[in-house]
Design a protein around this ligand. Structure first.
Ligand code: IVH
Length: 661
């Protein structure tokens, strides 16, 4: 038996090694037939001796059970998004901002390709892949472990030295352009549904309920960073983490390049721009990251985006086509948007047949008529847009409707608004439907199974008349609906029950206040710790929040001035919607103070900032006459000088610590 154990280990090592040469390094040492023979031996031994199978054995890639639904899981460190630049000047401005925030140069930068696929978070414990999740909302993702394990370039176990106790490895799963095209060609032959883009086909493949289906799709992975990790791992630079990933057997792209300044970044961007069309996979830009990790920590975050990285996006691609007609859609806040129906056309491998036109003025400005030939532009995932009218033709004119296409109410136009609106609010079926869809969406209460079709059905059946009614739905009524058996009705009720547990910002977002999205909801949640605080907030208190404009403060005020809105928000809470108490601010002892942080400090800057914010202070990026305190660390420069000039109170690290001891 011991001999067999040794043999199986040896063969397993060999299969692992040759799979790594083939799938990660793209540099096989043996022929496909030799590899297959090795793999078959392993399979045969394991089949006859199931006790010898280990979860990280290469044969276990397609072992997972089919899933009914994807479970949620919290990332150990959040998965952030990136601020965007579309010109070199914007990249330079970003670098200058970093420099002035820090009061010193940021040092080297790392430029990388921005892959256009699906972000994943791979959790390794003691070097073994234990969990894989999608990005989700950045805090919580969906568990797709069984599906991800089928991807040959994802290591089931890390190799080499210095592997942390636990580590989150971040990367992008994608499909090569050629594979996407041959998949679609086969789908045409078989009369199956086509994918619209390589990215879309990667996402669809990962969301298969049966891992065996995912295994058949040619998915691949590029790892580009480390997320959370145990503290036995202490990299100093991003470059070092990339090298570690490579050593641990992860597939890392060949192009990351260290750049000393903006000019070097611009060169990289230009070079990648030239080779973009000949790359075998899709990219939508370049990511520029500050290389030094301590400097990254000093720069910190702004809500969901790091200040230490940006994405450069290449200019969008254009195409010409014909405008067939214009439909008018009613949004959740009653805005009427014209949507262009187009002769389908390919842009950047995506078939486009609709485009947004923003508002009626846009149609007039472009002088569009039915049948006009137009120039279309698609940038990344953004909805395609008509940018020019190339040939008007003599088709019929396009007139804005006078009445709401959904409820027939006469449309209004605000004084300073170019947008037509239906004033009927939730009495308008289209607005109600969109409001409910939004309420159930990922960025709000995230109720699985409440997609457009289901919401439409529940509204039609009269089972819900407002969002909170969702929490009163009962099994016996649900099962009477078409396409809803007992099992799916129960699954829906379970999803509704678990959606009650949410976060305070998501709850605020779900109320559907005009012009308020996820980020503003977070700002409101930070400032007004309870729902009653928010309902009773006055204009001045709202307007005083940094990064909240006057109109938004007014939108909040207008919203809660309506009795029905206050009642609906409270009813949601009464029906069980709840959230953990937020920690900031814990006290308001520093409420009138405006701080500026400068120079190098022994604590990470984000931590210093959190200490101040928790006590009600504001932290600003630049010294002005409103600044009340400056915390000056080592090597502080121009900000310190300005503070001295203005006579602002300046504290060094010892004084700062004394204040907080
Ligand atoms: S770094 C804060 N590096 O871009 C750091 N992201 O907007 C964010 N992405 O969905 C991640 N290539 O999956 C990083 N070389 C790269 C990337 C990359 C593609 C994606 C990432 C995320 C999005 C961030």
């Amino acid at each position: 038996m011991q001999q067999l154990i040794n043999d199986v280990q040896k063969i397993r090592e060999a299969v692992r090694y040759h799979a790594y040469r083939y799938f990660v390094l793209d540099d096989p040492e043996i022929t496909d037939a030799e590899y297959d023979a090795l793999y078959d031996q392993l399979l045969a031994i394991e089949r006859d001796n199931p006790a010898l199978i280990t979860p990280d054995s290469p044969t276990q890639r397609v072992g997972g059970e089919p899933l009914n639904a994807f479970q949620s899981v919290d990332h150990r460190a959040p998965m952030l998004s990136l601020g965007k630049c579309s010109t070199i000047e914007e990249v330079e401005a970003w670098l200058r901002r970093c420099g002035s925030d820090l009061d010193r140069d940021v040092g080297d930068l790392m430029c990388e390709l921005k892959f256009d696929g699906v972000a994943v978070n791979l959790l390794y414990e003691n070097g073994v892949l234990v969990q894989a999740a999608t990005r989700g909302d950045g805090t919580t993702g969906e568990l797709i472990t069984a599906n991800v394990k089928t991807i040959q370039s994802v290591p089931l176990r890390l190799m080499g030295e210095g592997i942390p106790n636990w580590v989150e490895i971040r990367g992008e799963i994608y499909i090569k352009i050629a594979d996407f095209e041959s998949y679609n060609a086969r789908a045409v032959e078989k009369g199956e549904r086509l994918f619209v883009s390589p990215r879309n086909s990667a996402a669809g493949s990962l969301r298969q309920k049966d891992p065996a289906m995912t295994a058949m799709r040619p998915l691949s992975l590029f790892c580009y960073s480390v997320g959370g990790h145990s503290n036995d791992y202490e990299p100093q630079t991003h470059e070092e983490t990339i090298e570690d990933l490579r050593r641990w057997g992860c597939r890392v792209n060949e192009y990351p390049t260290k750049c000393a300044n903006a000019t070097a970044c611009a060169d990289f961007i230009a070079r990648v721009g030239e080779m973009r069309d000949s790359l075998p996979y899709e990219i939508d830009g370049v990511v520029i990251k500050v290389n030094d990790l301590a400097t990254q920590r000093d720069l910190g975050f702004y809500i969901r985006q790091p200040r230490w990285a940006v994405a450069f996006k290449y200019p969008p691609v254009d195409a010409r086509t014909q405008l067939k007609d214009v439909d008018y859609q009613v949004g959740r806040t009653g805005a009427i948007t014209p949507v262009a129906r187009l002769e389908p056309v390919q842009i950047d491998r995506v078939t486009v047949s609709n485009a947004t036109l923003h508002n009626q003025d846009e149609i007039e400005r472009l002088g569009l008529r039915k049948g006009s030939t137009v120039m279309l532009r698609r940038a990344g995932d953004v909805i395609p847009k008509i940018v020019a009218n190339l040939e008007t033709g003599d088709g019929p004119e396009i007139k804005a409707p006078e009445c709401c296409p959904s409820c027939g109410t006469k449309l209004t136009r605000g004084e300073d608004e170019t947008i037509l609106r239906c004033p009927a609010q939730l009495a308008c079926p289209a607005q109600l439907q969109n409001a409910v869809i939004y309420f159930c969406s990922r960025e709000c209460l995230d109720i699985r199974g409440m997609g457009t079709k289901r919401v439409e059905q529940l509204l039609e059946a009269g089972l819900i008349k407002r969002n909170s009614d969702i929490f009163t739905l009962q099994q016996d009524v649900l099962v009477k609906l078409e396409r809803l058996g007992e099992k799916s009705a129960q699954a829906l009720l379970d999803a509704i029950e678990s959606a009650k547990e949410t976060t305070y910002p998501r709850f605020i977002n779900s109320l559907g206040i005009r012009n308020i999205g996820e980020d503003t909801s977070t700002l409101l949640a930070d400032r007004f710790p309870t729902l009653e605080d928010l309902i009773n907030a006055g204009y001045d208190a709202l307007n005083a929040i940094e990064n909240i404009a006057g109109t938004i403060a007014q939108n909040v005020l207008d919203f809660f001035a309506i009795e029905a809105n206050r009642e609906e928000a409270r009813r949601l809470v009464a029906l069980g919607v709840r959230w953990p108490k937020r920690e900031t601010p814990t006290s308001l002892e520093l409420a009138d103070q405006i701080w500026v942080l400068t120079g190098k400090t022994s604590r990470p800057r984000a931590e210093v900032k959190a200490m101040l914010v928790a006590r009600g202070a504001k932290v600003s990026g630049s010294v002005s006459k409103n600044t009340t305190h400056v915390f000056a660390g080592e090597n502080a420069g121009s900000k310190l000088a300005k503070a001295q000039e203005l006579g602002v109170r300046i504290l060094d690290e010892t004084e700062f610590n004394a204040l907080f001891s």
